[in-house]
Ligand binder design. Sequence first.
Ligand code: HEC
Length: 131
Amino acid sequence: MRKGILVSGVAVGMILAAGWAVAQGTPAAEPAPAAAEIAPEVMTTGGSLFRSNCGVCHGSQGQGAAGPQLAGDAFLARADAVAGQIIRGSDYMPGFPRLADDQVAAIATYIRNSFGNSFGVVTAAEVAAVR
Ligand code: HEC
C-alpha cells in the first residue's frame, strides 16, 4: 500500500513535469534564418503581394519597367531601407502605408530572395521599427 502511494506519487509528479515542459515549450528567440530557411508561405504571400502592388513598375521578374530593376539591386541589402521604401515610397514611387507589418515584411523578404537575390529575411519587427 505504501509502495502503491509512492509509485502513484511519482507518476503524478511525472505527469506534472510533462505538463510543465509543454507549458514552457515556447521556443527561445532564434537568429534571423538564412535564405534557405525562409518559410515557403512567406515567399508565397510576398510574391502575390509583389505581383499585385509592385510588378507593374518593377516587372514580375524584377527586371524593371517604370521602376528600377530589383534583380541584383544592391539597395536591397539594407532591410530597413527596403521597409522604408515600401511604406513611404519616394519621389516617383507611391508608398504603401496601409500594408500591415507582416505584409511589408513578406514583400521585402520576397524581393530580397527572388530574381537571383539572396539577402535574407526581413521580419515584421524590423518593419515596425522603421514605421
Ligand atoms: C508606380 C510605380 C511603382 C510602384 C507601384 C512601385 N514602385 Fe518601387 N520604385 C519605383 C520607382 C520609380 C523607383 C525609383 C525611386 C524613385 O524614382 O522614386 C522605385 C524604387 C524602389 C526601390 C528602391 C530601388 C533602388 O535601387 O533604389 C525598391 C526596393 C522598390 N521600389 C520596391 C517596391 C515595392 C516592393 C513595391 C510594391 C510594394 C514598389 N516598389 C512599387 C516605382 C514603383
